[in-house]
Write a protein that binds this ligand. Structure first.
Ligand code: SF4
Length: 188
């Protein structure tokens, strides 16, 4: 299992590195564009970006700088805290993100040729590896609220913001609960 897995990881890395380079992006910059374009706005901070990239805060600042200079990423006021800033994509950045996401189409096509039982086995196996890495703190993956230990669904039924996040201490709409969050902590 391990050699094919390593080959797959290398193929994905090569594909993303080559494709990212064709857009003038390093792998860290490509990941930063994904972060700024998909993570919920109230947690899209440089500190969270550093967690997702697995780098120091100063390194994350260095990754973001050229993207801001190219007009792809911008620093915005935090929606709930006037003292903080968050990252977001400009329209030009959104266009580059769309092109970036097409790079994974080839991989998705390859996975689409697997038999359902093979795909299910792969998903279970890879899921177990990812879960182990997350438990060790070696991997931070932004994910929607469903399945997070901090998520209290339907805390106030019938309201526009029926769900609650116990960590952020905030009520959430359905749409907000579907946004990716780097603080997502899966139930064991
Ligand atoms: S419930 Fe979990 S995933 Fe949702 S906002 Fe809170 S910490 Fe993030």
């Amino acid at each position: 299992m391990i050699p094919p897995l390593l080959r797959l990881a290398r193929a994905i890395e090569t594909s993303l590195r080559t494709g990212g380079a064709s857009l003038g992006l390093t792998p860290a910059q490509a990941e930063t564009l994904r972060f700024a374009g998909t993570v919920r706005p109230d947690v899209a901070t440089i500190g969270q970006l550093a967690r997702v990239l697995g780098v120091r805060h100063a390194t994350a600042v260095g990754v973001v700088g050229p993207l801001v200079a190219r007009g792809l990423v911008e620093r915005r006021p935090h929606p709930f805290d006037g003292r903080r800033r968050v990252l977001g994509l400009t329209p030009a950045g959104q266009g580059v993100l769309v092109r970036l996401e097409r790079l994974t189409d080839e991989l998705a096509n390859a996975l689409g040729t697997l038999e359902p039982s093979e795909a299910a086995g792969l998903e279970v196996g890879l899921g177990a590896i990812v879960a182990a890495l997350r438990r060790r703190g070696a991997l931070v993956i932004a994910a929607p609220c469903a399945g997070c230990i901090h998520f209290l669904p339907d805390a106030t039924p019938g309201s526009n913001t029926p769900h609650r996040c116990a960590l952020l201490r905030r009520y959430l709409s359905d749409a907000e609960s579907r946004l990716a969050c780097p603080e997502h902590k899966p139930a064991a």
